[in-house]
Design a protein around this ligand. Structure first.
Ligand code: ADP
Length: 528
């Protein structure tokens, strides 16, 4: 059979009513129908579901879709049932089903009616299910939200670790991994754990050109700031994220009192209330949802016009996922984060009882959040760099869409400083994190530097004529420019790149922008 001839557009129209594929979908679908292991990395809203749903509908047998959340599975199954005459085309298999329901699911699978079977990883460990599925025709396995496999991701699920073994027990069929997490470490973990070394990998750009990014200092008047912001957007849909349930309740009430149609959403509310608030938001009976991170995974409301972070999240992955819920229809999406260093300290405190390695990782991730908040270069460029993507801050798509590029700070020539910085990184054998590199430049000894005798080296204190903030900003900017790189898996140790070594040989002009400095004074944050 000539695989090239498989028609994908007919089925696309027939099942989904779409005339065109979105982004990389066509290549992904082709890779799957041709029977390859396939790894799909697409930002939220990129259209990942169709990538496996269409091949499943086109092929013989049942595709098993592993998904972490029951609510997510239910949404998907309802959507698929909506496009088919036979309700049996998609099923969920989980512990909430009674015997009769399970028998129905099984018979639909055996009769070749079910094309998509959604399961939680826990259910897949049950011998009863494994023994049954082993006897069926399985088209492929799709592992949705595959980053749950990795401790380096933002939603680690230990059950995901065993998937490969179970899949092998059920049958030797292609594996499709799908995620919206782009960090190289997470990708590596997914490929390793699922043993997908020969997979065709498709990675879409993480740039969301229609989103506008802004960071504001968080003052004690943050609620009034939020009210003003929302009142300028009467009737538009938005989500506000807070760290604690208490804050969610408080803020939702404040908004209501001020005439804003808002409801709370957090895991402390009972299931019924949560579902009701979510539905009211989806049906536009309420404009604003004030929520903890419990709200969001799988929410597909295309016209969310703003996402506000009342509290800064614990990693840039989380920030990207949460802001990614704005503007999924490619229309306006305003992402506003309120930042105070105090909140970072609070998050650090939450980690205090965790194992040391986890604390260090958490700290490294938080430092990236601090970098994002304090930077005065293009926020889009900063975010995309974090995800391993280069972005042209002048001509790239969405280049003018953030507070920093809209109101640029003055730039100064920093060629000599970059030379000094790179010399110090090289001289200290690339073993320090930002904080210790800055201490070396400033000539401020600490236990770490003394233990390596760095305080006795000739470059110790070479950057004394500048201050901490200057060097921290320069490190961040040379990282984004690719002269240095940061090893997140070594908890943020900074190393030279070949480009950095070349710079040392032949320095060129480097224009730097000083970071924003936020000063907290009696709860009044000011931005300098
Ligand atoms: P993800 O899972 O990557 O976040 P979804 O699968 O939920 O994204 O898709 C996001 C939105 O894009 C959905 O509303 C979906 O209906 C729409 N969509 C997906 N593929 C297409 C397509 N080929 N043409 C038009 N709309 C599409």
């Amino acid at each position: 059979m000539n695989q090239d001839k498989i028609d994908l557009y007919g089925p696309l129209k027939k099942y989904f009513g779409f005339n065109k594929f979105k982004g990389l979908q066509e290549d992904v679908v082709r890779s799957i129908v041709e029977g390859n292991d396939t790894f799909v990395i697409m930002p939220t809203g990129g259209g990942k579901s169709l990538c496996y749903q269409l091949p499943a509908l086109m092929q013989e047998g049942t595709a098993i879709v592993v998904s972490p959340l029951i609510a997510l599975m239910k949404n998907q199954v309802d959507a698929i049932r909506g496009i088919s005459e036979n309700q049996g085309v998609a099923h969920v298999l989980n512990s909430s089903l009674n015997k009769t329901e399970i028998a129905k699911v099984k018979s639909d699978i055996s009769n070749g009616i079910t094309k998509l079977l959604y399961v939680a990883p826990e259910s897949l460990t049950k011998d009863e299910y494994v023994d049954f599925l082993k006897e069926q025709t399985i088209s492929f396995f799709a592992i949705d939200e595959a980053h749950c496999i990795s401790e380096w991701g933002h939603d680690f699920r230990p059950e995901y670790r065993n998937l490969r073994k179970i899949i092998q027990r059920i049958g030797n069929v292609p594996i499709i991994g799908l995620t919206a997490t782009a960090t190289p470490k997470v990708q590596e973990d997914i490929i390793k754990t699922l043993a997908m070394n020969n997979a065709n990998t498709f990675q879409a750009s993480f740039n969301r050109p229609n989103l506008f990014y802004e960071v504001r200092p968080k003052t004690k008047n943050v609620a009034s700031d939020i009210i003003r912001f929302i009142k300028q957007r009467q009737g538009k849909s938005g989500v506000i994220y807070c760290l604690s349930r208490k804050k969610v309740e408080e803020l939702a009430q404040t908004l209501q009192v001020n005439g804003i149609s808002a409801l709370p959403y957090h895991a402390g509310l009972d299931g019924k209330t949560r579902a009701k608030h979510q539905d009211m938001f989806l049906m536009e009976d309420v404009d604003v949802i004030v929520a903890t991170i419990a709200f969001g995974m799988g929410i597909d409301k295309p016209d969310v016009r703003f996402v506000i972070h009342h509290d800064i999240p614990k990693s840039l992955e989380s920030y990207y996922q949460e802001t990614g819920r704005a503007g999924r229809d490619d229309g306006e999406g305003y992402c506003l984060a309120f930042y105070a260093y105090k909140d970072i300290e609070k998050l650090e405190k939450f980690m205090a009882n965790k194992p040391i390695a986890e604390q260090e990782l958490g700290h490294a991730l938080l430092q990236e959040v601090v970098g994002y908040a304090e930077t005065s270069i293009s926020r889009r460029q900063y975010l995309l760099h974090y995800f391993g993507e280069e972005f042209d801050a002048v001509n790239g798509l969405g280049a003018k869409m953030d507070d920093n590029t809209k109101n640029p700070k003055k730039q100064t020539e920093a060629k000599e400083s970059v030379v000094t910085l790179l010399k110090v990184v090289k001289g200290s054998k690339e073993k320090y994190k930002t904080k210790d590199i800055v201490a070396t430049l400033m000539g401020k000894a600490n236990a770490m530097l003394s233990s390596h005798k760095t305080d006795e080296r000739d470059f110790f204190g070479l950057g004394k004529d500048k201050n901490n903030e200057y060097w921290t900003a320069l490190i961040r900017q040379t990282l984004v420019a690719g002269y240095l790189r940061k090893e997140i898996e070594q908890y943020g140790v900074v190393k030279l790149t070949p480009k950095g070594l070349e710079f040392l040989e032949k320095p060129v002009s480097f224009m730097m922008t000083e970071d924003h400095i936020y000063v907290d004074e009696d709860d009044r944050a000011v931005i300098i």
